[in-house]
Structures are given as structure tokens and as C-alpha cells.
Design a protein around this ligand. Structure first.
Ligand code: DAH
Length: 360
């Protein structure tokens, strides 16, 4: 059996040597834990004669109390030392600039912002948002939109085609958002009143063209909608979007296979001094194509053109974004340069609303 006095000096030395609370705890378990050296000694009390117990019992209990107190005292010392150490190490330089939260630092891309603005304006006029796939079939991108086979309009779009499948079918990257007109009319019975923002693709690249760009399509189908409604909608849109009290628009006859009649729309502007202003001046700027939905397109979607009619339009988003926010080169939009997005991007929490102001 261990001698209580020797054990005491050993244990007190171990307690004094413990450099942190974990080490001290290990000493405590080794001494006072269930199988600890002091506990083992205490267990021997039961096997002793009353006389032995009187002499040895007292020294064993003294050992236990001494170790117990030493551990508690050492624990206080270590705890205080830990707190002082932490206080000394935790230095706070209050002169450092405040680091912005991520919601403050991130920026919304101008295209996303402009799509949100467009959506807010048309939502206020009762339009829903529809979407379709970027990878399309020839049927949705051309045929159902009344592009005849071999018609030069198919070539005008400088389409990106995928390699043909085994059955000869060639998928393509949609060249416009118009195929979603077809998908929408196939899914939804009139009345239909949707806008369709999305990515579109054509083989083209210069200061105002990128191979991937964005359009927003509009489609209204019911029994009585006519060009007067279309003109009003487009005018209200332009006023709200460009945040001007008046815009003058000019409708020129044009051709699109999927509308009859077809028109291109210009808005009046002033280009003096390298800056474009809307609602004044003597210049015109083309912003969209539109028309009454062609009866063949209706038929291709299973709608009876004698019962239903409607109009559609398609507008380049990138272009109106460049105009509104004075961004001169479209290619920079998609170069993922953080300096550009820091300069032209929008704050994430400034979501555009008609009530709160679109761009302020
Ligand atoms: N899809 C046409 C284009 O990309 C634009 C367009 C013109 C869309 C007339 C329409 C429309 O919905 O009615 O050139």
C-alpha cells in the first residue's frame, strides 16, 4: 500500500506542475477519480481493524483533503491566468475601418437589376413572368414561329447549332425569347399576359453585341387585344423604365415571320454631347420589334385565330441597360471584372420597386 505522506508530496508536486486546467483535471482523476490513487487508499479503510483505522484513517483522510484543496486552489490560479492571458491577447484596434457585411459588399449585376426593374413595371400592369430553356429545338425557335423552311430569316439569326443527333435533329441555342411564346400558349389557355426575360445567343461580337445577350419578350393573347393596347403598354413601360414624364415613340412597318402586321419601335431622344436623353430632341433610337401575333402561330399552338388575337414584342435588355446607366461597352458586362461590377453594380438590398423608385 502506498504511504500517504509520500503520495501526498507526489500529488501536490503534480498539482503544482499542472500548466492548464486540462492537465490539472488529469491529475484530479488520477488521484480522486474512481480508480484514483487516493480513492484506492480510502477503499482500504474498510478492511482495517478499528485501531488501524484510527491511526491510518486519519492520515488517509488528511491526504484526501490536502489534495482536494490543492487542486481547487491551483484551478483558481489557472483560471485567472487563462483570463488574463486572453485579455492581454485580445487586442481590438478601434481605429480600423468597419468591415462591411457581405450583403453590403456584394453587387447586383446591372442586367439582373434591369430585369428586376422591367419585371416590377410589367407586374404593376398585371403581367406574369414566363421562362423557357436556353437550348431549343428548331421547332420552337423557328418552325412554330412561322419561319418557313429555307426562309432567309432563319439565316439572319446567325444561330449556334449543336452537332446533329443520330436522328438528324439539331438542337440550338435560342436566338430570341420568342420560342417561349409558343411554350406559353401550349401550356396556358388565353387570356395570356406574360413577359419573358432571358438569355439569347447569336454569333456576333462587337461593342454593342455579345454572343450571349438578353431579351425580354411580351405576349398578350385574348379575344380583343389590339395595337392600341400595345402602344399604350410600351409607352407606359418606356416612361417608367427611363424615369421620364413623357416619351415619344415611332412605329415603323417591319417584318417578322411571327407577327402580322409587324413593326419596329423607335423612341425619341437627344444625342447631343455624347449623352442620350429621352423625352426630348430630334433623334430616334430603335428599341424593339412587335406586332399582332400571326394566325399561323396561333394555329401552331392549337389556338383558333378566329376566336383569339393578341400582340407580342421583343426588346434587347442589354441595350436599354447600357442606355439607362451609361455603360458604353457591352462586352465588359460579361468579363467578370470585379472593378466593373463594383462601379456599375447595384446594392443588393436596393431592390427596384415602382413605389420606392426604380434606380434610386
Ligand atoms: N424575336 C425578334 C428578334 O429577336 C424580336 C421580336 C419582334 C419579338 C417582334 C416579338 C415580336 O415578339 O412581335 O429579332
Amino acid at each position: 500500500m502506498a504511504d500517504p505522506l509520500t503520495l501526498e508530496s507526489e500529488l501536490l508536486a503534480a498539482v503544482a506542475a499542472a500548466q492548464d486546467e486540462a492537465a490539472l483535471e488529469a491529475v484530479r482523476v488520477a488521484a480522486l477519480g474512481k480508480k484514483g490513487s487516493v480513492s484506492e487508499l480510502l477503499k482500504t479503510l474498510g478492511t482495517m481493524t478499528p485501531d488501524e483505522r484510527k491511526t491510518k484513517g486519519a492520515s488517509i483522510n488528511k491526504l484526501k483533503d490536502a489534495v482536494f484543496e490543492a487542486i481547487n486552489a491551483r484551478r483558481d490560479v489557472l483560471k485567472n491566468a487563462a483570463i488574463s492571458g486572453k485579455l492581454a491577447a485580445d487586442k481590438l484596434d478601434v481605429t480600423l475601418p468597419v468591415r462591411l457585411a457581405s450583403a453590403e459588399r456584394g453587387r447586383i449585376h446591372p442586367i439582373s437589376q434591369v430585369i428586376d426593374e422591367i419585371t416590377a413595371i410589367f407586374a404593376a400592369m398585371g403581367f406574369a413572368v414566363a421562362e423557357g430553356p436556353d437550348i431549343e429545338t428548331d421547332f420552337y425557335n423557328f418552325t412554330a414561329l412561322n419561319f418557313p423552311f429555307g426562309h432567309p430569316a432563319r439565316e439572319m439569326h446567325d444561330t449556334f447549332f449543336f452537332n446533329p443527333k443520330e436522328n438528324g435533329e439539331r438542337l440550338l441555342l435560342r436566338t430570341h425569347t420568342s420560342p417561349v411564346q409558343i411554350r406559353t400558349m401550349q401550356k396556358q389557355k388565353p387570356p395570356v399576359k406574360v413577359i419573358i426575360p432571358g438569355r439569347t445567343y447569336r454569333k456576333d461580337s462587337d461593342q454593342t453585341h455579345t454572343p450571349m445577350f438578353h431579351q425580354v419578350e411580351g405576349l398578350v393573347i385574348d379575344k380583343a387585344s389590339h395595337l392600341g393596347h400595345l402602344k399604350w403598354i410600351l409607352e407606359e413601360f418606356c416612361k417608367a423604365f427611363f424615369e421620364v414624364p413623357q416619351v415619344k415613340m415611332r412605329f415603323r412597318p417591319s417584318f417578322f415571320p411571327f407577327t402580322e402586321p409587324s413593326m419596329e419601335v423607335d423612341i425619341q431622344c437627344d444625342r447631343k454631347g455624347g449623352e442620350i436623353r429621352f423625352g426630348e430632341g430630334t433623334d430616334w433610337l430603335e428599341i424593339l420589334g412587335c406586332g399582332m401575333v400571326h394566325p399561323n402561330v396561333m394555329k401552331n399552338c392549337g389556338l383558333d385565330p378566329n376566336e383569339y388575337q393578341g400582340f407580342a414584342w421583343g426588346m434587347g435588355i442589354d441595350r436599354i441597360a447600357m442606355l439607362k446607366y451609361g455603360m458604353p461597352d457591352l462586352r465588359a458586362f460579361f468579363e467578370a471584372d470585379v472593378r466593373w461590377i463594383e462601379h456599375y453594380g447595384f446594392r443588393p438590398l436596393d431592390f427596384p420597386t415602382l413605389a420606392g423608385g426604380l434606380s434610386t
